[in-house]
Write a protein of this length. Structure first.
Ligand code: PMP
Length: 454
């Protein structure tokens, strides 16, 4: 039973003692007491279906018995072994993780957060290429450190302080809102037709977006060329933004032709989330030079990683590089259990099957409701974009989005929001959810929309 502070006292304590910025992020935060698989319970014992998985962080399920067991066993054996020593947990884990990556991506650096991982990836790219400039996409979120602020391109996260030198953005090839569209070409179960003048697997819209990248390479960055291009496989915080088929493939070719490295930020899209593949980048037919990962990697335990080739990693060894907690046995034991569980419980297949069902059900809602502008995503990474006007795509005002969001929460479903206008509901549940759960979530969303939007 819950024995902690009342909801009101907890909220007051957060106002008095916590980061005040958090208050603006989630209007009415739940006081969470327990989690099991796809379910959460608050202090009053009310149960919620977790369609958010934290911020896409719980992969195999809250307190999954296999991760709990692995952590408990490691808990009484060895907590801490800085990476200058060897530990069974870290060696086993790095070996297993490396086996999940294609090609020569075999050099594993364990960190504690996605921000640390992306910071390290930029550092490596700069060391390896001897260049400084990094290109990212508009709407991207890659982390909140001063370095990464040059690649994170959503002003909801920006402070007016210097930081992130050498970061440049190019136009995001957003198939819904981008100037040239391209929605028929996105890689998603919702779109079954591919009839938008595709030639050689590449659509007109894609060519226009790639021209923008070409312009950035030609005119915005120093003539010596970029150190790297960094992108997610589907933008997460940006609002589940999908790119036209082949955008990443051609973008990688253009960056490499200029001597830059390609970094895939798999913090949200990795670990079978997108259903068809273990990594999001695989669906784009690319192999990055550096892959960064966090969130689902630890199922809620602090763990993150950078994986690259030995060649790219080499310049980093010209000086000591060390991270006190990176690769700690506790995190590695959990990480190993997550990898085993993803496989033994066929999470990829479930993401694909249940995610496709979710997309189809939401597509029906989109087709019948004037406030649902777009439904998109892949596997269990799904976005529902709310609009005031379907023709103009004017975003639904925030008060209305929040009214629907709060109603959904009251009805027992946890969602998060994203997108540059904050009008995209993000559905990224633990990978163990079922079709019945999806049906429940869709019925709740439908009810909430119908109640608040006329
Ligand atoms: N990259 C992406 C794509 C993310 O979504 C996030 C976190 N939202 C990060 C990096 C940063 O991860 P962390 O919060 O663990 O530092």
């Amino acid at each position: 039973p819950y024995t902690g502070p009342s909801y009101e006292d907890a909220l007051k304590a957060r106002r008095d003692f916590f980061n005040p910025g958090l208050v603006t992020a989630f209007g009415r935060p739940l006081l969470l007491h327990q989690g099991y698989m796809q379910w959460l319970w608050d202090q009053s014992g009310k149960r919620y279906l977790d369609m958010a998985a934290g911020i896409v962080t719980v992969s195999v399920g809250h307190c999954h018995p296999k991760t709990v067991k692995a952590l408990a066993e490691q808990n009484i054996t060895l907590w801490h072994a800085p990476s200058i020593f060897l530990s069974e947990a870290a060696i086993t884990y790095a070996t297993k993780l490396a086996s999940k990556l294609p090609g020569n991506l075999k050099s594993v650096y364990l960190t504690n957060s996605g921000t640390e991982a992306n910071d390290l990836a930029l550092h490596m790219a700069r060391l390896y290429t001897g260049r400084f400039d990094i290109i990212s996409l508009q709407n991207a979120y890659h982390g909140g450190s001063p370095h990464l602020m040059g690649t994170t391109a959503m002003n909801t996260w920006k402070h007016s302080v210097p930081g992130g030198f050498g970061g440049h953005q190019t136009v995001v090839p957003d198939v819904y809102r981008g100037p040239w569209g391209g929605s028929k070409c996105r890689d998603s179960i919702v779109q079954t037709t591919r009839n938008c003048n595709c030639k050689d697997g590449c659509c007109e819209a894609n060519e226009r977006y790639l021209e923008q990248l070409e312009n950035t390479l030609k005119f915005s960055i120093p003539k010596v060329g970029p150190a790297a291009f960094i992108a997610e496989s589907i933008q997460g915080a940006g609002g589940v933004v999908q790119f036209p088929k082949d955008y990443l493939k051609k973008a990688f070719q253009m960056i490499r032709a200029k001597g830059g490295l390609c970094i895939s930020d798999e913090v949200q899209t990795g670990f079978t989330r997108t259903g068809s593949h273990f990594w999001g980048f695989e669906a784009h037919g690319v192999v990055p030079d550096i892959v960064t990962m966090a969130k689902g990697i630890g199922n809620g335990f602090p763990l993150a990683a950078v994986v690259t080739t030995h060649e790219i990693a080499k310049p980093l060894s010209s000086a000591l590089h060390f991270n006190t907690f990176g690769g700690d046995p506790l995190a590695c034991a959990v990480g190993s259990a997550v990898l085993d569980t993803l496989e033994s419980e066929k999470c990829m297949e479930n993401s694909d099957e249940v995610g496709s069902h979710l997309l189809r059900e939401l597509q029906k809602l989109r087709d019948s409701n004037k406030f649902v502008g777009d439904v998109r995503g892949k596997g269990l990474m799904v976005g529902l974009e709310m609009v005031q006007n379907k023709e103009t795509k004017e975003p639904l005002p925030l008060e209305k989005v929040n009214a629907v969001w709060n109603e959904i929460l009251d009805l027992g479903v946890v969602l998060t929001k994203g997108g540059i206008s904050g009008n995209v509901f993000r559905l990224k549940p633990p990978l163990c959810i079922t079709k019945d759960d999806v049906n429940f979530a869709v019925s709740v969303i439908t009810k909430a929309i119908n109640k608040h939007l006329k």
